[in-house]
Ligand binder design. Sequence first.
Ligand SMILES: C[S@@+](CC[C@H](N)C(=O)[O-])C[C@H]1O[C@@H](n2cnc3c(N)ncnc32)[C@H](O)[C@@H]1O
Length: 435
Amino acid sequence: MVFLVAGSAWGPAVGQWGMHPNALLDSCTVLLKQVLRFDHPADMVVSRHFREQRLGPRERATVAETIYTVLRKKNLFTYLAQHGSGPTERRLSILGFAAERDFLLGALTDQEKDWLARCDQVKPEDLMELHRHNLPAWLVEPLKAQLGDDFWPLVESLNAPAGLDLRVNTLKDKRAEVQKELAKAAIKTVATPYSPWGLRMTTKPALNKLDAFTRGAIEVQDEGSQLLALLVDAKRGEMVVDFCAGAGGKTLALGASMRNTGRLYAFDTSGHRLDALKPRLARSGLSNVHPVAIAHERDDRIKRLAGKIDRVLIDAPCSGLGTLRRNPDLKWRQSPKAIEELTAKQAAILQSAARLLKPGGRLVYATCSVLRDENEAIAQAFGDANKDFTPLEASDVLTHLGVEGAAKLCSGPYLRLWPYLHQTDGFFAAVWQKI
Ligand SMILES: C[S@@+](CC[C@H](N)C(=O)[O-])C[C@H]1O[C@@H](n2cnc3c(N)ncnc32)[C@H](O)[C@@H]1O
């Protein structure tokens, strides 16, 4: 049957196993039970499990991919699991088990084998829509209304694993040189089609021991994220604010774009996330970055900088629904109420951060959500209420920066990236100039 994943493109390689299949299936079952409580992000729960359990790299890859496959296909697998026997989480783990079928069969009872063979006979056309799109009901209507015929291509892309992009730190090296260096370490990459800083990998090797990584020449960053930083077009000697800097993915790109000159404030309400920026900053060679933990978006420190800043990026807290390829648990952890709270927060942050800009300055509002409520609706309301901000066409900005085919990345005045069209996560950005 087409739904079961027995080793995906990113799954573990064929070879010797260090564990009996039943022990591995048990490990998946125990972990899945914890993940499906949805009280913490899945990646955190998986990492904790790996710290507590001794598993080899291949077994870890299988367990992680099994969990993520179940999260991606939860509606379908829950439906199929109704008809089997034994604990639900074990049946879900069997359906998502990310290794060769023969290995899995070594762990199954005769009853389970029969049930799995029956699952294999199920055809997509026999299934209800909810078992094919694997989305929560509340998310289906807004996406269908927005996407029309593109709903199914989007769903398929969101339910597939994501690739892996690197950003080359151009303060340290040129992209072509880093590409050659990686090729010598047998890591094949291609230049990203739109970002001038990006390399797309065709495999997922461990990077953190590579010299290019430890000397700060590369960072893992989706091409879409790179394009958000590019839209800011931060220049030498400027005063720039990354308002929701988090662990600094975009801060590092902005700092390099400023050639390590001027002053770049990295604000965030989470001191913990800003702490994660520090080792990345140390590797990057940037000394123009000033991380500041703020209490909220109206913090006094923001008032003091009002009217003084050349460029502000707001990479707003959002539902993350554009990143379902990497974080499939988010579709189960978000809710209409959470989106409503987020949109209120997004509007408040945008309004407050806009005060920082000096006349002629540039404001970029961005999210990694695919929902209109978090994107166009926020940008539209801000534009209507702030006539001292002129909207800029994102495609003009990117074309001016040398991005070929920039119009294909945009919808109306906005940047709108989609996994099924651009092989990036789903991203949105709106750009204004302060009059
Ligand atoms: C999308 S994440 C940022 C990701 C980051 N820019 C990157 O590229 O890695 C949003 C961030 O907004 C922060 N945040 C939430 N509320 C905020 C507020 N009122 N003011 C500033 N930052 C806030 C969160 O802590 C979170 O780190």
